[in-house]
Write a protein that binds this ligand. Structure first.
Ligand SMILES: Nc1nc2c(ncn2[C@@H]2O[C@H](COP(=O)(O)OP(=O)(O)O)[C@@H](O)[C@H]2O)c(=O)[nH]1
Ligand SMILES: [Mg+2]
Ligand SMILES: [Zn+2]
Length: 385
């Protein structure tokens, strides 16, 4: 949304409105902006009001004064996408430019339970500060309802990593590092458990003299996932990849070094993402300081890069639901002899039979078994701990 024109009259009017508010602290719309702006931006929408606690209205105004300097400092409102969260600042892209915003204290405290008041991908509304560079250029006042959110668990509580993501693109490389089908399957399970569509891209096919990539791509296509082979070096598959990303918001998943940043630079020259080796020490340091970053694509859509974060975790998948997240298992499991079959050592198991007949890929089955034991361990710890 464009910045509001800031005529002298407008400013004067706001000051008057402010004084009036002071005399009527209980007024519902005590917002410190021009009433017209408020109406346009629909700032006191039901979602906004619903989260304001009783008695919070007066506090709300005090907070704004403290954060924005004074109420006179507000120059208009904006709406955009949170593209990065860095410390106490959030970069908000309104389509025209990026605004450096702080978060209204009320928002920060009300969501203390999930600790992620604003994450990359959130649609936010913000008040524009007048010249208050130190306090940030704006203050985020409202986070619009999330269409989807991607979460991870640190063992004790859930953290939201990114919001409004449509799909996960799992990226691997055929070599350097060697392709790890199990890791890809793990990401597919996590995406599926998070109700996100998934696609697979296998990079560095320029290093694949023997065309070993073909059966991998074929395996995922047979399962119904869009899959492609690519090379950031030769440009192979890059057009196909761009098509896959256009018009959607995509989270990139894949181990470090597979070429995520290089592929994005190839998809959109000009992104200028840093590529290459990151030392273990730097990588470790980045875990604490770097969160998901939302990159807008010129062709439409956006990609979310999550450096240093294991964005997709399967730990929250209930053990008895694991089979559901292997798409080729779903229609078969009901035919196993035992209803509680876990498809590992039981008699009359159609999954094991399908693996033997080649209907189910052995590598996929191995991934299932490995995840099954891992999740059993998670559950054992939960029960005993
Ligand atoms: N041979 C080859 N090397 C690549 C390709 N893509 C990326 N690389 C190299 O792989 C390394 C890691 O790439 P980077 O994009 O930083 O990976 P990221 O950690 O997944 O973002 C860099 O040295 C890149 O130059 C590719 O398609 N072929
Ligand atoms: Mg990278
Ligand atoms: Zn079975």
């Amino acid at each position: 949304m464009a910045r509001k024109p800031s005529g002298k009259g407008g400013r004067g009017h706001r000051r008057v409105a402010f004084r009036r508010n002071r005399q009527q602290p209980a007024r519902r719309k005590q917002w410190d902006i021009h009433p017209e702006d408020a109406a346009k931006a629909d700032l006191d929408s039901p979602q906004q009001e619903a989260v304001v606690a009783k008695g919070a209205l007066s506090r709300k105004r005090t907070v704004t004064e403290a954060e924005a300097g004074s109420v006179d400092a507000v120059e208009g409102v904006g709406e955009g996408t949170a593209v990065a969260v860095r410390g106490r600042f959030v970069e908000v892209d309104d389509g025209g430019r990026v605004w450096l915003c702080t978060i209204r204290r009320l928002l920060r405290t009300r969501v203390i339970s999930d600790r992620s008041p604003v994450v990359a991908g959130d649609r936010v509304r913000f008040a524009i500060n007048k010249g208050g560079e130190a306090a940030g250029e704006g203050v985020i006042e409202q986070v619009l309802p999330r269409r989807s959110s991607l979460q991870r668990s640190d063992g004790r509580r859930m953290h939201t990593i990114a919001a409004n993501v449509d799909q996960v693109l799992v990226i691997g490389s055929i070599r350097e590092p060697m392709i790890k089908p199990h890791l890809i399957d793990r990401y597919l399970v996590a995406a599926h458990a998070g109700h996100l569509a998934a696609a697979i891209c296998i990079n560095k096919v320029d290093l694949d003299a023997e065309n070993e990539v073909a059966p991998h791509v074929e395996r995922y296509r047979r399962l119904g996932y869009p899959a492609l082979a690519a090379s950031a070096v030769t440009g192979a598959g890059v057009d196909e990849l761009r098509t896959l990303l256009t018009g959607k918001s995509t989270l990139l998943a894949g181990q470090s070094g597979v070429g995520k940043s290089s592929l994005l630079n190839a998809v959109q020259p000009g992104l200028n993402l840093r590529t290459g080796c990151v030392s273990a020490a730097t990588e470790k340091g980045r875990h604490t300081t770097t969160t998901a970053v939302w990159l807008r694509l010129a062709a439409g859509g956006a990609v979310v890069d999550t450096p240093g974060i294991r964005a997709l975790d399967v730990a929250m998948v209930p053990l008895d639901e694991l089979e559901m997240h292997f798409v080729e298992f779903v229609d078969l499991v009901q035919h196993c002899r035992f209803p509680n079959c876990v498809h590992i050592h039981e008699e009359g198991c159609v999954i094991q039979a399908a693996v033997e007949s080649g209907q189910i890929d052995l590598a996929r089955y191995d991934s299932y078994v490995e995840l099954f034991y891992e999740l059993s361990e998670v559950r054992r710890k939960k029960v005993s701990g």
